[in-house]
Every structure is written in structure tokens, then in C-alpha cells.
Design a protein around this ligand. Structure first.
Ligand code: IPE
Ligand code: IPE
Ligand code: MG
Length: 253
């Protein structure tokens, strides 16, 4: 658990690793992982939780400050009812079973997404884990649950429009910072790196606004198979990327 981040440089081949301050992960491919083994899709989701636990440890060991994982999208409501119920139960079980370990590891938990269609008991559980970990200052683990990037931006617009209607804000004062303050991720840096597993190459409505300058790495393995070797490979790829943010590369002479 207490691996020196500098040590990662010696583990990885090909030079020092650059560690993203904020890593986003689209944990995809649970269903295909299960299907390939003749199991129910739900078995894939269960196995996916183990890969998530492992990723949290890796982020702590390698000095990633913020980790956002996509665990249920606002579009996932179109799935069979049984599968939705199973995923909701997994979130509850994860929060209950892992709370003490997260506290011990100094992890601050934040759950982002719409709460309007969640059961009151689940909302209480979410508020409880956020409250019990709010003074931790190690890894910030952000779980995107019932999250959709478009819905998030629309909700921010409604809040801002109400302020304009109330006369407390003028339209000319609306800047990018005004919008960022109203997003679920307010206060977090934008993701530097977004990983998607299972070979799909799309965002599927994940952190639309926030990913404006993120680097993307798509890997073939399904989420339950994502392990330390995959993590180090991705960091190696990320470390080789040149981020320009619209500017030009620094000239040596
Ligand atoms: C990701 O795995 C988990 C969720 C979307 C909840 P999937 O369930 O999407 O697995 P595939 O993509 O069908 O294999
Ligand atoms: C994105 O995966 C959502 C999560 C990983 C939670 P999906 O499996 O829902 O995305 P699509 O439907 O393949 O785009
Ligand atoms: Mg999928």
C-alpha cells in the first residue's frame, strides 16, 4: 500500500511515468466478460467490483489524487429491470462493505449524478458515505452513478437561468467558471486521462464538459480483466503523449 510513486518509474519500461492528477475510467465490458465464460451478465458486474477495488489501491499507491469511475449511466435505465436492480444492489453493498477500508485508506468518496430518481434509502446511504469520508485527504474517489454529461450540463443551465430570473446574475457575467461551479464535479480538476476498457472508443456521455482536453486511452481488455499490468501500460502510453492545450510545442532554440 505504501509504494513510493517514484518506484513506479523503475517498474515501468521506457522511462518515468507521468501520473495524472485526475483519472477517469469508463469501466466497460462486464457483460462480455461474463458471456465469454458462459456466465450471467450480473456475474460480470460482480467481478467488476473487484477490479474497481484493485484500481483504487493502484491509484493510492501511484499517487493519483482524483479518480472518477463511470458505474451507471443515465442511459443504462434502458437495460432489463433485473440487471438494473443488481447494479443498484452492488453499489449499496460496495458502500457498506468497503466503507471502513476506504476510511482507513484516507479516501474521500463523492457520488455524482442525478439523485432525483433514486430511492430515499439509497440517497441516505450515499450521503452517509460522503459525510463519513469528507475529512479524508488522500485519494478522492468519485463514483459517477446515474450520471449523464448532457443532463449535468442541462441541470447547470437551469440553476444559472434561475439566478438570472431572480436578478442575482446578469447574462454577461456568465463565464466558463460560472458553469463549472454548477457541475457535479465542481472543485475537482478536469480529468487528464480517460481510460475506456472493452475496445469501445466513445465517451457514452461521460464527463462531456470536463474532458475537453483529456487524453484518451482505449484498451481491449474487458473491465474485470483490468489489472496492475494494464494500468502501468496505460500510464506508459499517457506519459508519452504531448499535451499542447491549443498552444505550440516549446522550441529548443
Ligand atoms: C459496464 O459493463 C458496466 C455498466 C454499464 C453498468 P457492461 O454491462 O456495459 O458490459 P458490456 O458492454 O455489455 O459487455
Ligand atoms: C458506459 O457503458 C456506461 C458505463 C460504463 C457505466 P455502456 O455500455 O452503457 O455504453 P454503450 O451503450 O456501449 O455506449
Ligand atoms: Mg457496455
Amino acid at each position: 500500500m505504501s509504494m513510493d510513486p517514484a518506484a513506479t518509474a523503475t517498474i515501468a519500461q521506457g522511462g518515468p511515468l507521468r501520473i495524472p492528477a485526475h483519472l477517469g475510467v469508463i469501466m466497460d465490458g462486464n457483460g462480455r466478460w461474463a458471456k465469454a465464460r458462459g456466465k450471467m451478465r450480473t456475474e460480470g458486474h460482480k467481478e467488476g467490483v473487484k477490479a474497481l477495488r484493485n484500481l483504487v489501491e493502484l491509484c493510492i499507491n501511484h499517487g493519483v489524487a482524483n479518480l472518477t469511475v463511470f458505474s451507471f449511466s443515465s442511459e443504462n435505465w434502458t437495460r432489463p429491470r433485473d440487471e438494473i436492480a443488481f447494479i443498484f444492489n452492488l453499489l449499496r453493498r460496495f458502500v457498506v462493505s468497503d466503507l471502513q477500508r476506504l476510511i482507513r485508506n484516507n479516501v474521500r468518496v463523492r457520488i455524482i449524478g442525478s439523485r432525483s430518481d433514486l430511492e430515499p434509502s439509497l440517497i441516505r446511504l450515499i450521503e452517509d458515505v460522503e459525510c463519513k469520508t469528507r475529512h479524508n485527504n488522500g485519494l478522492t474517489l468519485v463514483v459517477a452513478f446515474n450520471y449523464g454529461g448532457k443532463a449535468e450540463i442541462a441541470e447547470a443551465c437551469r440553476t444559472i437561468a434561475r439566478a438570472v430570473e431572480a436578478g442575482t446574475l446578469s447574462p454577461d457575467e456568465i463565464t466558463e467558471a460560472t458553469i463549472e461551479r454548477e457541475l457535479y464535479t465542481s472543485g475537482l480538476p478536469d480529468p487528464d486521462l480517460i481510460i475506456r476498457t472493452s475496445g469501445e472508443q466513445r465517451l457514452s456521455n461521460f464527463l462531456l464538459w470536463q474532458s475537453a482536453y483529456a487524453e484518451f486511452v482505449f484498451v481491449e481488455e474487458n473491465w474485470p480483466d483490468f489489472n496492475e499490468a494494464s494500468f502501468l501500460r496505460v500510464l506508459q502510453t499517457y506519459s508519452g503523449r504531448e499535451r499542447r492545450f491549443g498552444s505550440v510545442k516549446a522550441q529548443s532554440s
